[in-house]
Design a binder for this molecule. Sequence first.
Ligand code: GLC
Ligand code: CA
Length: 561
Amino acid sequence: MKQEWWKDAVVYQIYPRSFQDSNGDGIGDINGIRMHLDYLKNLGVDVIWLCPVYKSPNADNGYDISDYQDIHPDFGTMEDFDRLLQEVHEHGMKLIMDLVVNHTSDEHPWFRKSSSAEATSYDDYYIWKDRPNNWKSRFQGSAWTYDEKRGQYYLHIYTVKQPDLNWENEAVRRDVYKMMNWWGKKGIDGFRMDVISMISKDQSYADGPVGEHEQFGDGSSMYINGPRVHEFLQEMNREVIQNFDWMTVGEGVGVDTREARLYAGFDRKELNMMFQFEHVEQAKGPLGKWTDRKPDFLRVKEILDRWQTDLEGKAWNSLFVENHDYARSVSTFADDREEYRELSAKMLSIALYMMKGTPYIYQGQELGMTNYHAFSIDELQDVESKNAYQFYVNAGEVSPEEMLKYVNCAGRDNSRTPMQWNTEENAGFTHGTPWLPVNPNYMYLNAEEQIGRTDSVFTFYQQLLAFRKSAPAILWGSYRMIGKEHKQLLAYFRTMGEETYLILCNFSEKEQSTDTLKLRQQTEAQGKAYWKQVLGNYPSGHSVDMLRPYEGVIWKMEKES
Ligand code: GLC
Ligand code: CA
């Protein structure tokens, strides 16, 4: 059967501010990206997902857009973008853009007109009310702000500078589709859709149950997976998506597997796949995500297993552990102490990317980049971290020292520090002053050092991605987890026809026996068979009976003749 191209593609996410600065202003830009297309091709990337590069006052680093059809001067010009798109295609890769249409910037002309005292055709482009309800902003405080000019409150689920668009208004939807078609005609290859699960609001605008959701805050159940979200996406599909050979991935904030089958179901004509966040948001403390607790391994296993199983045959998974909104995966899920960093980063890549779905790699993940240790909140830039720091410290809920520890563990700037290219000043990211500090570990942790070194994380990613493409059972086969209760090991099978792989990963720093997995019984059922190592993160292999610290291995079942 001919499969859609986005199913066996490898996606690489670029956070442009932090990727490569080409003109010394300390901010990564489009021409900087153009300098590294060979690097991405060499890694095994098929698709680049570019985080927002549109015109924006940067209240939320580009997720507050003031012109959807223009490029922010920090990043370059539309000509630079056109050149980038052309060169990406010349490299045999594709490019998808970020679509941020739950909200715009308050500096977008639509909002300017909407908030004016005079009546205009933009009056209903946003959500205006005489009285606020109890809905909370995801970045602290009420989700409503009073606008003096208009004399009403507007809704903003994110910062005050990110007013939510009113998707009930057909004119809004038509304008959004028009803009998407414009990009489509330019030749982009699809969109990643920002908080797309929030575009449809419960029209009662009643108070939500108080304390209803530890994570998203009061009111969230009234706008996450709202009443018309699927209708809107099906309309978007008819009006835009089906016009192009695109890939689409929705940011599924608050989406469970049942909902994901609606957003991304094979027969639904909505989106190709969703990002789900259960595994990366598993660690919680009394202040929610602001904690230095580590995720619970058994629960993470359960979550990944459930997504693999529940979507089987019905929808497609996206495989990710890292992006611009979460801390570095090697620091969170593996072990970033130098003796284990490379080993455990490789193990994590096996654990995740041998599952079924489309792999997403976030810039620097392929090097095993780690969290950044800030000594003061003033070193950081992220609006979410800064707001939360202020809020909880002022409220006396936590000491400044404790809160900084939490931010260093869970804050978004951990993954936003500049890409580490080499040992030159600022890791080769910029000749100027970087907008966010460079992680000092770049002196030994950088791309130049890893490219071509046979046992580097980068080289391992190359091998793993190449292997993935060559193994139909990994791309298309069935999936089955074993040893679900095992507290240190992750183990699953991938099977298609005669081809069976066993993926074994040790998430601990202690040697682990595989006895309880009863692997012999598993092979006996298949007649006379034995396991042969295909790829592993240690230089030499050994038997399937035990795993060394942070060992990850892909075994292939071979039949005895
Ligand atoms: C998404 C983006 C995040 C942004 C938010 C609001 O979650 O990934 O960076 O802050 O939407 O647009
Ligand atoms: Ca620049």
